[in-house]
Design a protein around this ligand. Structure first.
Ligand code: ZN
Length: 65
């Protein structure tokens, strides 16, 4: 059996940056679920801003609908 090297401890999530419209992949650290909403803040490498991503839908939360 081949040994596993560097098994990823974090999942990756891909979301569309609301600022640039680019698909951005970032790591998702495993954290205990928050009560109510499962929203995580990610620092966006595309626009260097922080986006709130709804983990349930995988979509960024924006003020405008
Ligand atoms: Zn962004």
């Amino acid at each position: 059996m081949p040994p596993r090297h560097h098994a990823p401890m974090a999942d990756f999530i891909v979301f569309q940056c609301p600022q640039t419209g680019m698909n951005v992949q970032t790591h998702l650290e495993r954290q205990p679920k928050l009560q109510g909403r499962s929203v995580e803040a990610f620092s966006c490498p595309a626009c260097t801003r922080v986006h709130l991503i709804d983990l349930a839908s995988g979509r960024p939360m924006t003020r405008e609908r």
